[in-house]
Design a protein around this ligand. Structure first.
Ligand code: ADP
Length: 193
């Protein structure tokens, strides 16, 4: 299996690049943000609990998202590999993911970290909010809260995988195709190593 984490702050282009990467490499896309929004749309108990955090720009509790990922891994035993998008978002989630993969005799192959300046992130999220229908993209206060959560809780995840030499940093500004090109270069390098 080839298991990739696409890492980066809210608005760094993870969703856009994920769509292109799963097509190119035949990976199963696991986006915890999308999975949570599906739960909300179906008004499940999990969805209703998660919404309360998401509306405030806070992270949903680790147990909730780890449980979702565990189910998704079990539901796709024959996948060629997984692309994790928006997960793991805390060091505890990263440790849980490593353990779940180890149970399958698998591991994370590479962590691609998209780098985008904070001003650009806020601009992109506000722009997305005009059309995405996502309430967490229209309020500057909620956007700032998400960026603070990212800084405090999520950015240490890069350090966790750096210990294992798995992190490649990629400039996330420029055209979608140029960024995709940079990401695929890193993947090709890893696949041929
Ligand atoms: P973005 O990266 O643009 O913020 P996402 O769709 O990845 O968008 O996430 C939206 C919201 O869902 C987050 O602000 C958070 O509340 C919740 N969420 C998504 N993934 C996780 C996760 N792995 N752990 C905790 N909360 C999460």
């Amino acid at each position: 299996m080839f298991n990739l984490i696409l890492f980066g702050p809210p608005g760094s282009g993870k969703g856009t690049q994920s769509d292109k990467l799963i097509e190119q490499y035949g990976l199963k896309h696991l986006s915890t943000g999308n999975l949570l929004r599906e739960e909300i749309a179906h008004q499940t108990k999990l969805g209703l609990e998660a919404k309360h955090y998401m509306d405030q720009g806070q992270l949903v509790p680790d147990e909730v998202v780890i449980g979702m990922i565990r189910s998704a891994l079990q539901a796709n035993p024959n996948a060629k590999g997984f692309l994790f998008d928006g997960f793991p978002r805390t060091v505890a989630q990263a440790e849980a993911l490593d353990k779940l993969l180890a149970e399958l005799n698998e591991e994370i192959s590479i962590v691609l970290a998209l780098e985008v300046s904070e001003d650009e992130l806020v601009q992109r999220l506000l722009n997305r909010g005009k059309t995405s229908g996502r309430s967490d993209d229209t309020d500057t206060g909620v956007i700032r809260a998400r960026l603070v959560e990212y800084e405090n809780k999520t950015s240490p995840v890069a350090g966790h995988y750096q210990k294992f030499g798995k992190v490649k940093r990629v400039k996330g500004e420029g055209s979608i195709d140029d960024i995709f090109g940079s990401l695929t270069r890193e993947i090709e390098g890893k696949l041929s190593a």
